[in-house]
Design a protein around this ligand. Structure first.
Ligand SMILES: *Cc1c(COP(=O)(O)O)cnc(C)c1O
Length: 490
């Protein structure tokens, strides 16, 4: 067959594709530049919802048309997390260069499962930077993951596999001589529970420890539950410490947990999804002291390092623990004497995925672009903004602060004297829905000791102090108009 007539998926007209690409870059830069003028979020109209229920396309359309449809139906209805007034859950913002790095990575499109290729060197470089940031030893190892959930999963799998008293990779948990149990506080993120479930430990294998009034793990309860587990003939193998809980941003006493783990021989894992990064800010670094003694650490780069989703990282203190937990080399992946397969090091030996994206590139480019000192300033700015918000809440008689502000999370609610918690819970939920549906601001919510809280978590490099003035004004204004209270307006 005539080569010329054979199809590929490359464009027939490269110049046209090039022009379209340039236009996309221009449009996206304008979009980011003008993001503040847009609503944070808006409900998706029914006709747009319906447009995503079509039949699978059988015939081609032009890239132009496909892009036009993207601009019409997709681009105007984002989650909102790149907006300066988005503080929902803990979701980062991304950056312009981060977005462009995603394009570069997708263009090279390597499979970073292994092999002698530069993408793997970039990932190893990035992991080594993370190791330096968190003061882990030189012979520790790590892997970039989709996020904190997968980083927690991999680290807890390494803990389980390393500490099992038998060949758990061969036998599974069927023949376990003793029931393996781990410990974490009631404020621990659901991804740790999911990991315990999926790793065969079960939810009952994850023993929940009480928290104190500051939402930190209660050490006396930990010691008591550890003792009962031993007396019951179980095998305790791991403690999870929190560096920044998802509800309130609380930090467990990581020094005490590290001490407890060295006394008992338990694996010490830290979930530092966003809070681990407090280490970059000298005034806050004390919160995470003890974290550098962990056997494993999970954290995100797409939260408080502001990188495009997805990217997180698991660091494991001793490289062999990490490799032995996951390495499995069938013949078709044999490492060769030369050529592409010659690499000693295969990232796929350190996790579950074989095909892996080049997510390291956006990390490498972003850290070079800004330098660590600037990240430290951004993180400090976010903390200062939340102290500022807490101060506004305290100064406003209509509002009540519901938890101490340790770092970057503020939980508060609108209150009226004489209303029950139940009534206030409904009212505050209504206020939050209004804030979001009118596109004004996007905190999320949580419930603390039975009280519904409007919860703002700040990992947003675009927020300005005035955005928090606006938030407080709007909450009071919406609350007043819903309850007919118009005494306070500012
Ligand atoms: C966000 C978060 C996670 C999960 O991380 P993902 O990146 O969303 O998978 C785990 N723990 C804490 C404390 C978190 O805030």
């Amino acid at each position: 067959m005539d080569d010329f007539k054979q199809e590929t998926l490359d464009p027939q007209d490269w110049d046209e594709m090039r022009r379209l690409g340039h236009r996309m870059v221009d449009d996206m830069m304008d979009y980011l530049l003008n993001i503040r003028a847009r609503p944070v979020w808006q409900p998706i109209p029914q006709d747009i919802r319906n447009s995503f229920k079509s039949e699978v396309p059988m015939k081609p359309d032009s890239p132009e048309n496909v892009y036009r449809e993207f601009k019409g139906t997709i681009l105007p209805h984002p989650m909102g997390n790149i907006h300066p007034r988005f503080w929902g859950w803990v979701i980062g913002t991304g950056t312009p260069l981060g977005a462009l790095a995603e394009f570069l990575a997708a263009t090279m499109n390597p499979n970073v499962g292994g092999g002698d290729q530069v993408a793997q060197l970039v990932e190893l470089q990035v992991i080594d930077w993370c190791r330096q940031i968190f003061d882990f030893p030189e012979n520790s190892s790590g892997i970039l993951t989709s996020g904190g959930s997968m980083a927690n999963f991999l680290a807890i799998a390494a803990a389980r596999n390393t500490r099992a008293e038998f060949d758990i990779r061969r036998d599974g948990l069927h023949d376990a001589p003793r029931k393996m149990v781990m410990f974490a506080s009631s404020e621990t993120h659901s991804s740790v529970t999911k990991a315990a479930e999926q790793l065969g430990l079960g939810r009952n294998g994850l023993v929940t420890i009480r928290v104190n009034d500051d939402f930190q793990i209660d050490l006396a309860d930990l010691k008591a539950k550890y003792q009962s587990a031993v007396e019951a003939g179980n095998y305790p193998f791991c403690v999870v410490g929190n560096a920044g809980t998802v509800n309130t941003g609380a930090f467990d006493d990581l020094v005490a947990l590290a001490d407890f783990c060295s006394e008992t021989g338990l694996w010490f894992h830290v979930d530092g999804a966003f809070g681990a990064l407090a280490r970059l800010v000298p005034e806050k670094a004390g919160l995470v002291s003890g974290m550098e003694r962990a056997d494993s650490l999970a954290f995100d780069l797409h939260k408080w390092m502001y990188m495009p989703i997805e990217v997180g990282c698991a660091l494991i203190r001793r490289e062999p623990d990490h490799r032995k937990a996951f390495s499995l080399t069938p013949e078709y992946l044999a490492h060769a004497r030369g050529g592409i397969a010659a690499s000693e090091m295969w990232m796929s030996d350190y996790g579950l995925q074989l095909s892996r994206s080049f997510r390291a590139l956006k990390v490498w480019m972003s850290i070079k672009e800004h330098g660590l000192e600037k990240y430290a300033r951004m993180i400090k700015k976010n903390c200062d903004q939340m102290q500022y918000l807490a101060q506004l809440v305290r100064a406003q008689p209509r509002l009540e602060l519901l938890s101490p502000v340790e770092l970057n999370i503020v939980c508060f609610r609108y209150v009226i004297a004489g209303w029950s918690d139940k009534e206030l819970n409904t009212l505050n939920e209504d206020i939050l829905i209004q804030l979001q549906e009118r596109g004004l601001a996007a905190p999320s919510s949580t419930t603390l000791n039975g009280k519904y809280a409007i919860r703002a978590a700040n990992v947003n490099h675009r927020s300005l102090h005035s955005d928090f003035d606006f938030l407080v004004q709007q909450v009071v204004c919406i609350g007043d108009s819903m309850t007919g209270e118009n005494l306070t307006t500012s």
